[in-house]
Design a protein around this ligand. Structure first.
Ligand SMILES: [Mn+2]
Length: 268
């Protein structure tokens, strides 16, 4: 039995499927997905549909894009109610009207701060180009809101945590700018290396792609690995920026086997 970890698929559904085929995950293996399933790449819908149906040995956890998507859907539902639109949730036509109403309110700056609504255009694309209904959006929002923030397990003698952006002990959280562990797990950047981790631990995360030149995690689209000898904690950033491949040819999709640290890359 092996435990694999992937992160930041960001709508790169075909690449994800190809990696799944390559590792030929058996029923005894586990695959932990460290969040950010949607946005940027072309196939958010396929990714969401796959997540809904995925078997029990797949453990998806929550990323910032996933929770923000759910918030956009909740905002649409609020507008539906407060404007008395009576949207037929199974009608794409009605869902379009609801979206257009919300977009109109945003242009009017009608009292609510909406400016980041659908920042990546995924909700709009799903509705306008992929026939998506409010019912489907609400179902996906519910699913994403229910995902855990981290997965913790014992791995080759280490206390291992997989979380979207990083992980830290409750005690160390006070030293960060985040008041809740939830936010640290989803949004933290470079503070993960200073504040995060645990004694004899291993933190596997994504969120900051290793293709970004000025980041502490830069590693030319390869997995970033760091051992903090004081804490004896290993930090592994597996977000190799797959969804950025057009702009960054070194971007990649990585799959880590946590048991022995072996990394499989989609592109050589
Ligand atoms: Mn992220």
């Amino acid at each position: 039995m092996a435990t694999y970890v992937m992160s930041d698929i960001h709508g790169c559904f075909d690449e994800f499927q190809e990696m799944l085929a390559r590792i030929s995950l058996s029923g005894n293996d586990r695959l932990v997905l460290a969040g950010d399933y949607i946005d940027r790449g072309p196939k958010s819908r396929e990714m969401l549909e796959w997540l809904e149906e995925c078997p029990d040995n797949i453990i998806p956890i929550r990323g910032n894009h996933d929770i923000e998507f759910a918030e956009y859907v909740r905002l649409m539902q609020q507008i539906d109610e407060s404007c008395g639109l009576m949207t037929d949730a199974v009608s794409n036509e009605d869902t379009r009207v609801l979206l257009e109403t919300l977009q109109y309110l945003i242009r009017l700056r009608a009292g609510i701060s909406f400016e980041y609504f659908d920042y990546y255009g995924t909700v709009t694309d799903l509705i306008m180009n992929r026939g998506t209904t409010l019912e489907e959006l609400a179902r996906w929002a519910h699913m994403l809101e229910g995902l855990p923030l981290f997965e913790r397990f014992e791995c080759s003698g280490r206390d291992c945590a997989v979380a979207h952006a990083g992980f830290c002990d409750e005690g160390a959280l006070k030293k960060s700018k985040y008041s809740r562990l939830d936010d640290f797990c989803i949004y933290a950047r470079e503070e993960v290396l200073d504040i995060g981790g645990m004694e004899h631990g291993m933190v596997i995360f994504g969120h900051t792609p290793t293709i970004i030149g000025d980041s502490a995690y830069f590693n030319s689209g390869r997995v970033f690995n760091y051992h903090d000898s004081k804490k004896d904690c290993v930090f592994i950033n597996i977000d190799c920026g797959c969804a950025y491949r057009r702009a960054y040819p070194s971007a990649n999709l990585a799959c880590l086997r946590a048991d022995d640290g072996e990394v499989l890359y989609l592109y050589d």
